[in-house]
Design a protein. Structure first.
Length: 313
């Protein structure tokens, strides 16, 4: 009823304006009760508010879509750059290694030592290019989804890190704490190989940057339909200024650049976790230690995320 009153008021006002334009001195009197006037005014105000809210909502949606389009375009350009980099440098590096191998056969001991350095650095750059290509492909390649026992995955990664640490003579204690009661960690839907790679990289990083005699703790918990794996260490830590950068390609903490590493491990972790609809977070104090959390939804990546396919068992 109030809507019709509002329309009627608008029509009457329009007719009055038209009559004034046509007949000039014509006087028209309209009597409206107070409730009707109040109702019509309220209806008009509500309509105005609704139109403003609708316009703002549409603007927010348009801005969000624009941001997503810009981000996707940026990711596409980034992937194309990595692929071109791999293509442009692979052949020259292969030629350098072949030339070094030929020259080493007749080189003097002093020259041979220099050539060995060149060959070692060439191999390092080749591995770096391979990792960059894998990272670029990982951002778009379909996920082979399956039922993943994340507790078993973590245990396997911890065992591998302990064996590697023992092989290089490092004295780092790794402690595993996964819940057993009242129930263990639930399985998650994901790509088992990629999830192992993400967990392994975080634990291996913790062990690598923890001095002899230090400790690494790996913990797990379930909360609100998600599983969180926490890796904590008493290592060198990450400077506060570098916390936002260490998950980007080729970025390393300022206090870790003298140690071996490519700066791709955490970028790989971030991409894998993001592809699974999860989150990765880090907290660190330089000279004290670091904590990293990998949170993964039990149900796996959403259907509107990047392409996936089921793995046949």
């Amino acid at each position: 009823m109030w809507l019709w009153w509002g329309i009627a008021v608008v029509v009457v006002v329009a007719l009055m304006i038209l009559a004034q334009v046509i007949w000039g001195g014509l006087n028209l009197y309209v009597t409206v009760g107070v409730p009707a006037a109040v109702g019509a005014t309220g209806t008009a105000l509500l309509l105005a508010v609704a139109l403003v809210a609708l316009a703002r909502t549409r603007r927010r949606i348009a801005e969000q879509r624009l941001r997503e389009a810009v981000q996707e375009e940026s990711r596409n350009r980034h992937r194309q750059f990595l692929q071109r980099l791999d293509h442009e440098l692979k052949n020259p590096l292969t030629a350098v290694r072949a030339a070094v191998a030929d020259a080493s056969r007749t080189a003097t001991p002093a020259v041979a030592a220099d050539l060995e350095v060149v060959d070692a650095q060439s191999r390092r750059m080749s591995r770096l290019l391979t990792d960059l290509r894998k990272l670029a492909e990982l951002e778009t390649a379909p996920l082979a989804l399956e039922d993943v026992d994340l507790a078993e995955t973590v245990q396997d990664a911890v065992s591998a890190v302990i064996e590697e640490a023992a092989g290089r003579g490092a004295a780092v204690r790794v402690r595993l704490d996964l819940p057993a009661v009242p129930w263990p960690l639930p399985h998650v839907c994901g790509d088992g190989d990629l999830l192992y790679s993400a967990v392994y990289n975080v634990i291996a990083n913790a062990a690598k940057y923890t001095p002899d005699g230090g400790a690494v703790e790996v913990r797990g918990r379930e909360e609100a339909g998600a599983v969180t794996i926490e890796v904590a260490d008493t290592g060198i830590g990450v400077p506060e200024a570098d916390l936002d950068r260490v998950f980007h390609e080729l970025e390393r903490a300022g206090n870790a650049r003298a140690l071996p590493g490519s700066g791709l491990g955490l970028a790989l972790v971030r991409t894998i976790v993001s592809r699974h609809g999860g989150q990765v977070r880090m907290a660190s104090r330089e000279g004290v230690g670091t904590r990293v959390w990998l949170t993964l939804p039990v149900m796996g990546p959403s259907a509107d995320g990047p392409s996936t396919h089921a793995r046949q068992g």
